[in-house]
Write a protein that binds this ligand. Structure first.
Ligand SMILES: Nc1ncnc2c1ncn2[C@@H]1O[C@H](COP(=O)(O)OP(=O)(O)O)[C@@H](O)[C@H]1O
Ligand SMILES: [Mg+2]
Length: 240
């Protein structure tokens, strides 16, 4: 397993945002993480990526216990992530923003820039490399966020709602982009609200509600799971 989470709990004061969550991701997999707003998805990402140290439980990345490791160290170990709220350096160019990512593994500026250019080409963003990040459309800003994460050369990439706010045709493009990233050998954990995209991409899906895992399985299995339907739509919609 590339990632293994055992009994992870994360409390903020009296609020238990993640409650005894266990899950595993195999190398090469695309795993979807879904659940209603406030379910704890982004908190789970922040625990995995070292932004928060879980209150209890253990996280293993490539067999190594990474509890308490800081985001920068985890990034160097091959754990990349995007943020739900994209925050590029708005007054810097696209290339500059991605080059910041490549410094995770490159020492020299020229080397870092070369790698950034390769990533931009891979994501079909190379024609926009000289634009200021602040002038990009939402769709391109989301792609830039993915490019910045990819430039750190992750083995596991955590994507937090990279399709939110996009038009259907743009969603299709991002779905293709994520497939391509997986084909290049990157394992992916994907938080997404757009169910069509989750269904199209995920090998397996974990569903959380109030920080607890309520279902796990193939996209079809979870979409037909009464607990999942109830979590999203309420009791009235469950046909028993
Ligand atoms: N840094 C924090 N401090 C206090 N509460 C937080 C913090 N981050 C998240 N929460 C709370 O944890 C719960 C889960 O939030 P979040 O992980 O953002 O949910 P999701 O991403 O599934 O919408 C929410 O009730 C949220 O208000
Ligand atoms: Mg979130």
């Amino acid at each position: 397993m590339i990632l293994k989470i055992e009994g992870m709990t994360m409390e903020f004061g009296g609020l238990r945002a993640i409650d005894n969550l266990s899950m595993e991701i195999a190398p090469g997999e695309i795993m979807g993480l879904i659940g209603p707003n406030g379910a704890g998805k982004s908190t789970a990402f922040n625990c995995i990526a070292g932004v928060y140290t879980p209150t209890s439980g253990r996280i293993f990345f490539q067999g190594e216990n990474i509890n308490g490791k800081k985001p920068w160290d985890l990034c160097k170990k091959g754990l990349g992530r995007t943020f739900q709220i994209v925050k590029p350096f708005a007054s810097k160019t696209v290339l500059y923003n991605v080059t910041v990512g490549s410094f995770a593994t490159c020492k020299r500026r020229s080397e870092a820039e070369d790698k950034a250019l390769k990533v931009l080409k891979f994501l079909n963003l190379d024609d926009k490399k000289d634009l200021l990040a602040g002038n990009l459309t939402i769709a391109d800003r989301k792609r830039l966020e993915v490019a910045r994460a990819l430039a750190t050369e992750p083995q596991l990439l955590l994507l937090d709602e990279v399709m939110a706010g996009l038009r259907p045709s743009e969603v299709d493009e991002v779905v293709e982009m994520i497939r391509k990233i997986r084909e290049s050998g990157v394992t992916i954990l994907l938080i997404e609200h757009i169910m069509r995209a989750i269904m199209a991409l995920s090998d397996r899906v974990v569903v959380i509600q109030f920080g607890k895992k309520i279902a796990e399985g193939t996209p079809d299995q979870v979409a037909n799971d009464p607990n999942v339907i109830k979590a999203y739509l309420g009791d009235d919609y469950v046909v028993s």
